[in-house]
Design a protein around this ligand. Structure first.
Ligand code: C2E
Ligand code: MG
Ligand code: MG
Ligand code: MG
Length: 283
């Protein structure tokens, strides 16, 4: 300990970099076996429909509990999986797990539409449409129960191919949503060419939202333009009652954020839906 305090800053920096690199190597290696080791789990974050006050939708978010390192955030392992070619296996697992969960809820009388996140690399790596179709038919579910969230950058990377995949999914009846809207370089005009029905305004515009200011201008005009183009608008990252009320006033269709609920395991979502907290939100 003593000795470390006398290290040169450059040395300390190099050590930190080595440690980070070492961690990445371990994560990349172990990610490939995470599914078969039972270390993956989906959490579900409910979405509140601001038009009718109902909660019938949720986003599935991947969770990884590494045997030695504990919980690893998707913000860390998803980009690694995308760079090292293991995202496709993860996404197949996610689609199967989410569809199985929708079916299980369905059997219990709970009708939920669940969205899953799909990466740019997925569209190129495997036949997403076929995997979705097989999962839905295995569980005898209507395609409308499933939504795929795709970031605008994914769509813009290889537009021709992405468009073909999205059109096939659309024909299947799966919902399509553009995630993290506003963080990429696409415009509403470009998105209009895609067979998507929904746009999710990125949380960077939502978290600090007030009645005035730049975020308010961006959010209000995005809602207005989206509606004129026939798109539904979801706002993510709602952390306060104030922000929720502003979005409701401005005609936003769906709300998602910690203020409503954090992402939770499937059983916890079910319990929460029956709780007073959820009843109050649903007015
Ligand atoms: P995303 O798809 O935009 O998901 C929203 C993220 O924001 C989630 O983080 C969620 O927990 C978080 N969030 C929701 N409401 C709030 C809020 O009110 N405040 C704040 N500060 N955060 C909020 P999470 O679960 O850590 O996931 C991060 C990102 O990792 C996701 O962003 C998505 O891009 C990616 N990801 C997660 N699961 C999957 C997956 O199964 N497949 C793929 N390809 N990507 C995934
Ligand atoms: Mg998402
Ligand atoms: Mg997002
Ligand atoms: Mg994101």
């Amino acid at each position: 300990h003593e000795a470390q305090m006398h290290h040169e800053p450059v040395q300390v920096y190099e050590q930190a970099k080595d440690a980070a690199r070492q961690r990445q190597i371990i994560l990349v290696r172990d990610l490939r076996q995470a599914a078969e080791r039972g270390e993956l789990q989906l959490h579900y974050q409910p979405k509140l429909n601001l038009r009718d006050g109902q909660i019938r939708q949720a986003e599935a978010l991947l969770r990884w509990q590494h045997a030695e390192l504990g919980w690893v955030s998707p913000g860390e392992f998803i980009p690694l999986a995308e760079r090292t070619g293991s995202i496709a296996a993860l996404t197949r697992w996610v689609i199967e797990a989410a569809v199985a969960q929708i079916a299980q809820w369905h059997a219990q009388g709970l009708v939920m539409q669940v969205s899953v996140n799909v990466s740019a690399a997925d569209l190129a790596a495997f036949d997403v449409c076929q995997v979705v179709e097989q999962a839905l038919s295995r569980h005898q579910l209507a395609a409308q129960q499933l939504v795929l969230e795709i970031t605008e950058s994914a769509v813009m990377q290889d537009q021709q191919h992405a468009l073909a995949v999205l059109q096939a999914l659309r024909e299947l009846g799966v919902g399509l949503s553009v995630d993290d809207f506003g963080t990429g370089y696409s415009s509403l005009a470009q998105l209009r060419q895609l067979p998507v029905q929904e746009l999710k305004i990125d949380q960077t515009f939502i978290r600090q939202l007030g009645p005035e200011g730049d975020d308010a201008v961006i959010v209000r005009s995005t809602i207005e333009m989206s509606h004129r183009l026939g798109l539904k608008v979801v706002a993510e990252g709602i952390e306060s009652a104030l922000v929720l009320e502003l979005l409701r006033d401005w005609g936003c269709d769906v709300a998602q954020g910690y203020y409503i609920s954090r992402p939770v395991p499937a059983s916890a979502l079910q319990a929460w839906l029956a709780s007073d907290a959820a009843q109050v939100l649903q007015g």
